[in-house]
Ligand binder design. Sequence first.
Ligand code: TMP
Ligand code: ASP
Length: 262
Amino acid sequence: MARGKPIYEGKAKILYEGPEPGTLIQFFKDDATAFNGERHAILEGKGVLNNRISEFIMTEIERIGIPTHFIKRINMREQLIRAVEIVPLEVVVRNVAAGSLCKRFGLTEGEALPRSIVEFYLKDDKLGDPMVSEDHITAFSWANPQEIDDMMAYALRVNDFLSGLFSAVGIRLIDFKLEFGRQYEGEMMRLILADEISPDNCRLWDSKTNEIMDKDRFRKDLGGVVEGYREVAKRLGIWRDSDERSDTNGPVLVASNDGNNR
Ligand code: TMP
Ligand code: ASP
């Protein structure tokens, strides 16, 4: 599938013009960054794993009736997506205390939360993605009240669904970040899930040992980052041991098991 001109390069992905109007091609890089880009590394094979994991999760989420930008995976590093106007917010859902929540409120990492918590952050690297209130969001027109309600409802449904999906394969979903976009069809506009869902933007701990299997391995300099992501993919049933020759050739992809590349 021919990709067009690059139209946006982020820290972990590049967006290209798609083959048809209203579509884009999302390319997954091996770059990892943390602390707002201060730490940077190339982790060989990360992009391939995130492309595959995000394909799987977005497809499962569509199945439960939540619209997403995902159309189909094209190859190891690229997927065809719907073009959207990104809502400039990061929507974080937390089940267990970790990361910035611990710093902000003096909690211990791993402490259970009284209930799942949804937070909004402004997507603005120059400002360090500050946390914002619903009143900030509506006052500055980053989203309207209906969109805030929709994002919260979708985020909590995604949380329930993914918590179960990961729990079934021995993984605890500690927290994660979502992004949403506006898709325009003539006069109509709908909010859909965008970006990616992968170990780059989730905290995933082994249910028995609490071993970290996500990007915190990079943030905390624990090593074994790609190995952690690969273990997540294996447990989800989208990666096989026989693919471990990836050590020399880069990860090898397992064919999509439903054959239905939506
Ligand atoms: P935090 O504890 O650092 O606020 O992160 C909460 C969740 O959001 C965690 O799963 C990691 C994810 N996240 C991103 O996807 N991008 C980011 O830039 C940050 C800071 C966090
Ligand atoms: N994605 C952010 C960055 O590069 C932060 C993070 O994920 O921790 O810098």
